[in-house]
Design a protein around this ligand. Structure first.
Ligand code: FAD
Length: 465
């Protein structure tokens, strides 16, 4: 009899772990069988592509960066490479809305000094980064405190604040540096300075820049011509009948050497030899509450921020101008409520019908949690208002679509490392139980894909023992 593993959650994390486990189907002596239990009637979690009126709109993520080898490798293994679409080269041009204008984010030192992105004093302070105060003690430091200490409060607010909005929809003062930007943390630890770390990296690459910055190495935003859901369709096909939709899991219990019992909301329980909790931490919390309240508490303490995604389609002819580029981020305190706006049909040509333009605004985040209470019409009004202020587009869109994520992005707030430590310690008390997905060690699609083979491997080793 093959050993059975239940993977709970059919987002990209769960589907990829289940797919990796399929590779052990004939593993001696008996093989491993994975079943992927998904609560809703569709797989993919946050990843969903909506097509309407010739527009291709992403419900959640727009793509992945191609610099983490695991995701391109998965795409190749699934036979999806021919459908890939890389961001247009104009996506390298990015803007920050500051002091009433869109300002091009500089890519080099010369451009930075000429740009109006920071005041002269703010620029001077940033250049003093190598002489910044040392990290105070060994405790948690927020992203803001780290950035203000190293590059000054203005750059922390404007540059780092905008980046945190764009990636985490988070509060720069609440997020834990080590958990959210581990590379920046390591750069300071290893080199004592971000500039010195970047110089050292350049030297080891024989002077060649790999577009790396303190937030980590760059990469090209990549999706598929039909949209990011192509990845999910590939994983669903590869998982075959291992995927069970409409199967919400209620609880799991540890039966010791006999494995785990998975209680479903309806139907008989499943007895399995291993479990991967690849659902959001808030869902996992409820499942493990009775079995391990300490683990449940740690999972329940990982918050998430809400996010609304507002797609607006325009007739290009009706717009006075449409700048080239990726879009812009709006740091807080600049008089606009949206977190930023992607110029989606610039990034991925073909996302709007010919002669039309698709813009995608994001609103909400950890500092604006009330957005979920607003009706769609109000969200559209807010997005249009801010697009008029920032981009000067006052005409009415001919197409509108709003998507809501009540629990959009996990927030690795101060104390996240402690929560991870507790979860890890508690998991050790339940051999054969693992966690995955974007609540813990990385919020991006790449993280979910990259960790999957290791989780599958760890489970198989456990099943062999
Ligand atoms: C608006 C937005 C934009 C984003 N943009 C990007 C981007 O451009 N690039 C990027 O890399 N990342 C982006 N992200 C993050 C990205 O979406 C996540 O990294 C990724 O989708 C997380 O996948 P997951 O499988 O861990 O979780 P999810 O996608 O949340 O999937 C979890 C699954 O678990 C299921 N589940 C929950 N409870 C139960 C239960 N009781 N029983 C069974 N199943 C259950 C859910 O139904 C869901 O299908 C974005 C996120 C949002 C919200």
């Amino acid at each position: 009899m093959p050993k059975t593993v239940a993977v709970i959650g059919g987002g990209v994390a769960g589907l990829t772990v289940a797919y990796e486990l399929q590779q052990y189907a004939r593993h001696p002596p008996d093989g491993v069988r994975a079943i992927c239990l998904e609560a809703s009637d569709r797989a993919g979690g946050n990843i969903r592509t909506h097509k309407e009126a010739g527009y291709t709109c992403e419900w959640g993520p727009n793509g992945y960066l191609d610099n983490v080898p695991a995701t391109p490798a998965l795409v190749r293994r699934l036979g999806l490479s021919e459908l890939l679409q890389q961001a247009d080269e104009q996506a390298a041009i990015r803007y920050i809305y500051r002091a009433g204008a869109l300002r091009e984010a500089p890519t080099g030192a010369g451009a930075f000094l000429k740009s109006g992105i920071l005041s002269p004093l703010g620029k001077l302070r940033l250049l003093g980064e190598p002489f910044a105060r040392k990290r105070p003690g060994s405790g948690d430091e927020s992203v803001y405190d780290f950035a203000a200490r190293r590059i000054g409060s203005e750059a922390a607010e404007v540059l780092v604040g905008a980046m945190v909005n764009g990636v985490y929809a988070g509060n720069v003062r609440e997020l834990c540096l080590k958990s959210t930007f581990p590379k920046m943390y390591a750069m300071e630890t290893d080199h004592g300075s971000l500039f010195k770390a970047m110089l050292a990296k350049k030297k080891t690459k024989s002077g060649k820049s790999d577009n790396a910055g303190p937030a980590g190495p760059g990469g090209v935003l990549t999706s598929f011509r039909p949209g990011l859901e192509t990845l999910i369709q590939g994983l669903v096909k590869a998982n075959g009948n291992a995927l069970r939709l409409n199967t919400p899991v209620q609880a799991i219990s540890d039966m010791g050497s006999r494995g785990f019992r998975v209680l479903l909301e309806s139907g008989p329980p499943l007895d399995v030899q291993g479990v991967v909790l690849a659902c959001p931490a808030r869902a996992a919390e409820a499942m493990v509450r009775e079995m391990d309240p300490v683990m449940a508490d740690a999972m329940g303490a990982i918050p998430s921020s809400p996010l609304a995604v507002i797609h607006l389609g325009y007739n290009q002819a009706a717009l006075d101008s449409m700048p080239r580029g990726f879009g812009f981020l709006a740091p807080r305190g600049q008089g606009v409520r949206i977190l930023g706006c992607l110029w989606s049909s610039n990034i991925f040509p073909g996302r709007a019908p010919k002669g039309k333009v698709l813009l995608t605004a994001m609103i909400g985040g950890a500092e604006d949690t009330g957005v979920m209470d607003l009706p769609d019409a109000k969200l559209v009004e807010l997005a249009r208002h801010d697009i008029q202020i920032t981009m000067g587009i006052g005409v009415a869109p001919e197409f509108v679509k709003v998507f809501r994520h009540a629990h959009g992005i996990p927030q690795y707030t101060l104390g996240h490392q402690d929560r991870l430590r507790i979860i890890k310690e508690r998991l050790e008390k339940h051999p054969g139980l693992l966690v995955g997905g974007n609540s813990y060690g990385g919020i991006a699609v790449n993280h979910c894909v990259e960790e999957a083979p290791g989780l599958a491997d760890e489970l198989v080793r456990h099943l062999e023992s």
